[in-house]
Design a binder for this molecule. Structure first.
Ligand code: SF4
Length: 331
């Protein structure tokens, strides 16, 4: 077992995470608006008052928190008397802390940090559903208190490039209704039946305070998702799901290729990035043509062979699951 880190051995990441864990917001145990629309099982644990099993948090999240703190500190010094800064709201029994509300011009503003890659996605497709539900939940809480909200604004900051992108919208009844429907489903479900919405090895689960409780019971030395089979040991059902999923992927891939091929009729460029083309769909089309250089593996192997040497290789374990004809099945 590894010896605990001494004071001198604590890394910068350790210090950042420690700082984050001491903040009152990180110790919040009840479900917050920032979790609505995320993982249903995590929301279920919150609603059931389950004690977290893991410290949770990530360095990326701390970077976001630090940016929030800096903005908040500056706003505390400059906010107008009727503005609200880092203000606690409750709507539908769910707590939240809005970043700021500017009474003139009645804007509710939230700040989110993201990667530049995801920012490109947001610029085209708009904010994530959970972000929209969160700010609309805040807006509903203010409106219920008689505070007018004319616009909701989300300022996205890319952590890696520093780019700031402002999304502006209006509060909508639909977003609040959808969020409340989602909440009702979570509340009404048996906690053990709530879907695990993320992958155990991915970043969401990796930073989730319920990671160990959630995936507890998996088969030793196997994928953590083997707990799904332990809970529902119906091999035929899972095999059917696998076959159906592969068929759906194949069909979707074929549809994608067909649409790409058809739209190639409109492609205006033979290299680089095209202008954005409006074809009447809710998003424009843009072609990007690159000529990436790839290592010619066959040539490299041939050259090594000629020189009487073996090319350097690394080994890894790959687990493939395929279908095979049963020995006693009809031909
Ligand atoms: S560990 Fe993952 S799947 Fe489980 S509650 Fe947390 S986010 Fe959801």
């Amino acid at each position: 077992m590894a010896a605990p880190l001494t004071e001198q051995e604590r890394t910068t990441a350790d210090l950042l995470l420690e700082w984050d864990r001491t903040r009152p917001r990180s110790r919040q145990r009840e479900l917050g608006w920032s979790e609505v629309g995320g993982c249903r099982r995590r929301a279920g644990y919150r609603l059931a008052g389950v004690e977290p099993s893991n410290p949770g948090g990530s360095v990326q999240a701390v970077l976001g928190t630090a940016i929030h703190e800096a903005v908040q500190q500056r706003l505390n010094e400059t906010a107008a008397p009727d503005d609200l800064v880092e203000y606690e709201v409750v709507f539908a029994g769910i707590i939240g802390h809005l970043d700021r509300y500017e009474a003139e011009p009645e804007d509710l503003i939230d700040v989110k940090t993201t990667s530049s890659r995801w920012l490109e996605h947001i610029k085209i497709w708009g904010p994530d559903r959970s972000h929209l539900w969160q700010v609309n939940g805040y807006a509903a809480a203010l409106i219920a208190k008689g505070i007018r909200v004319r616009r909701i604004v989300i300022d996205y900051i890319a952590r890696d490039t520093g780019e700031v992108y402002r999304w502006v919208g209006k509060p909508t009844v639909e977003a609040v209704r959808d969020a409340l429907d989602w909440l009702r489903e979570v509340r009404d479900a048996d906690l053990d039946m709530l879907h695990r919405d993320y992958e155990p090895d991915g970043p969401f689960c990796g930073h989730c305070p319920f990671l160990d409780i959630c995936w507890n019971g998996y088969v030793p030395d196997r994928d953590r998702r083997s707990v799904l089979f332990v809970e529902d040991p119906d091999g035929e059902k899972w095999a059917r799901q696998l076959a159906d999923a592969r068929a759906a992927i194949k069909a979707a891939k074929a549809l994608e290729e067909e649409a790409k091929g058809a739209l190639d009729a409109l492609r205006p460029n033979v290299s680089g990035k095209s202008d954005i083309l409006d074809v009447g769909y809710e998003r424009g089309l843009q072609w990007t043509i690159t000529n990436p250089e790839r290592l010619d593996g066959d040539q490299v192997r041939a050259d090594y062979r000629k020189a009487g040497a073996k090319p350097p290789v690394t080994t890894s374990t790959s687990i493939k699951l395929g279908f095979a004809k049963l020995p006693d099945a009809e031909p």
